[in-house]
Design a protein around this ligand. Structure first.
Ligand SMILES: Nc1ncnc2c1ncn2[C@@H]1O[C@H](COP(=O)(O)OP(=O)(O)OP(=O)(O)O)[C@@H](O)[C@H]1O
Ligand SMILES: [Mg+2]
Length: 197
């Protein structure tokens, strides 16, 4: 089986698992995740943090967003560039107007000119489909985070931005077949714990 087929099969299987969680379980996981993040040093120290609005059974970051607002952090959400397959990041408050992008995903209705690039943020919390014990991350397959974080490949030990993947524990798998372009994360936070790599 090719690596690409393996990745597709893994995606299908892991997406099915997270979609089977009840809304009650989703709610509990979101609260527990916020607690796990609150105890993490990188979350405590970061003043500007990118989150995401959950889709497709992804673990919800909303409880964590509330915490971030309370701690006076600046919260950002990804905005898809209309010109390239790259993510920009727009400030997000309770007053921010949202619109649907070309994938039907809600994002702040702002011009790219008013957005930040990934390297300007201190911490990026990213969704994922699967992760393994090495910090490898399997996304939905668009390569958007990988492309936007490509600069991390040129140097090891980047201090900024820190990358933490957010996931349900059921998204953990033995080994993700990785490709050259995949950007690993520094840590994964689940409803149970924070895994550091
Ligand atoms: N730095 C890059 N430059 C150009 N293309 C890239 C880059 N990174 C990834 N891609 C392309 O994106 C496609 C999808 O990548 P991949 O399967 O790793 O997505 P993913 O990690 O699941 O998605 P995402 O990053 O959006 O969560 C690949 O076919 C790859 O060619
Ligand atoms: Mg990838």
């Amino acid at each position: 089986m090719t690596s690409s087929t393996q990745r597709q099969n893994l995606r299908r299987q892991l997406r099915l698992q997270r979609k089977q969680l009840s809304s009650r379980q989703q709610h509990i996981h979101a609260r527990k995740l916020a607690n796990v993040l609150q105890r993490s040093r990188h979350f405590k120290q970061a003043k500007n943090v990118a989150f995401y609005l959950a889709e497709d059974g992804e673990i919800s970051a909303e409880a964590a967003i509330q915490l971030a607002w309370k701690s006076r952090k600046t919260v950002y959400l990804p905005v898809l560039s209309p010109f390239a397959d790259e993510l920009f990041f727009a400030a997000y408050t309770s007053k921010t107007r949202l619109k649907l992008n070309r994938f039907g995903i809600a994002e702040p209705a702002v011009s790219i000119r008013h957005c930040k690039r990934a390297h300007q943020l201190q911490l990026i919390l990213m969704p994922l489909v699967g992760f393994d014990s090495q910090g490898n991350r399997l996304g939905m397959g668009g390569g958007f985070y990988d492309r936007s974080l490509h600069f991390r490949r040129q140097q090891k030990n980047w201090r900024k931005p820190r990358l933490i993947g957010l996931a349900h524990e059921c998204q953990k798998t033995v080994a993700i077949p990785v490709e050259d372009w995949d950007i690993p994360v520094d840590a994964i936070a689940t409803e149970k714990t924070l895994y550091r790599f």
